[in-house]
Design a protein around this ligand. Structure first.
Ligand code: ADP
Ligand code: ASP
Ligand code: MG
Length: 243
């Protein structure tokens, strides 16, 4: 028995059907006796659409208000996923970044996580609940304002929570079956790494590989969090270990 952090991105949660689909990965870990924390992104193209809508109002985006708007995307997913888990007979609770709180600096749209308070999470886990956390968002302690972590930032939420709670596993599910030397969707000759070091992964991320948010790799390296990239479609694939 241990603590497992799982992360599911936008394409893995884009519909009700897909939300119920990921429940099988979540409940499988829970049924093994683990404490399970799930971090999710906004559904499908929600974040892109919210940015478009904000630009209809003003091309010069108001950074504070944009973060208030964008954080809604992840909040929709946590409530729906918790409803799915409850419908399946499990105890679950959704938590936003500010309910936890995940404290950040005040760089709107690209905030850095400074501290995570674990009290609420551990209390809910002790009540045998699956804890469903909104990725990509936090709160600035000084101002009380909502912040977001930068596009793709839910990966960073997951790794930071895994680091803070000293999770035994941090499984990040993707629509590809691991990390490749180059994007496998556009390159037929791409090869998959079974295992890759933090530094090699940082190189890939910094060179624009959009498979993992680069700040998440920095966190993983600093706090020695072993990450397993897995496929949402193929349970039997070995994926890629980043360690
Ligand atoms: P998220 O859940 O964070 O939205 P996705 O499920 O979209 O993530 O998967 C990450 C995407 O990154 C893949 O769809 C893939 O096309 C792309 N990608 C870019 N570079 C790489 C790489 N080097 N290895 C694997 N995937 C990559
Ligand atoms: N929803 C945010 C984005 O689209 C964060 C994430 O998906 O990780 O960038
Ligand atoms: Mg994606």
């Amino acid at each position: 028995m241990g603590i497992v952090v799982q992360k599911f991105g936008g394409s893995s949660v884009e519909s009700t059907e897909k939300l119920f689909n990921i429940c099988k990965y979540i409940t499988k870990e829970f049924d093994k006796g683990n404490k399970v924390i799930v971090v999710v992104s906004a559904q499908g193209k929600t974040t892109d659409n919210l940015i478009k809508e904000a630009k209809e109002i003003d091309e010069n985006l108001d950074k504070r208000e944009l973060d208030v708007l964008l954080s809604i995307g992840e909040q929709i997913t946590i409530s729906k996923l918790s409803m799915c888990l409850k419908k399946l007979g499990y105890k679950a609770v959704s938590l936003t970044g500010w309910q936890i709180p995940i404290k950040t600096n005040e760089k709107y749209g690209d905030a850095d996580i400074l501290k995570i308070n674990l009290n609420r999470i551990t209390k809910e886990l002790a009540l045998n609940k699956i804890v469903v956390i909104a990725g990509f968002q936090g709160i600035n302690e000084k101002t009380g304002n909502i912040t977001t972590l930068g596009r793709g930032g839910s990966d960073t939420t997951a790794v930071a929570i895994a680091a803070a709670i000293k999770a035994d596993k941090c499984d990040i599910y993707k629509d590809v079956d691991g990390v490749y030397n180059i994007d496998p969707k556009t390159n037929k000759n791409a090869f998959k790494y079974d295992k890759i070091s933090y530094d090699e992964m940082l190189d890939l991320s910094n060179n624009g590989a959009k498979v993992l948010h680069n700040k998440s790799v920095g966190f993983a390296k600093k706090y020695n969090v072993p990450i397993h990239i897995k496929s949402i479609y193929n349970e039997n694939s070995s994926g890629t270990y980043i360690c």
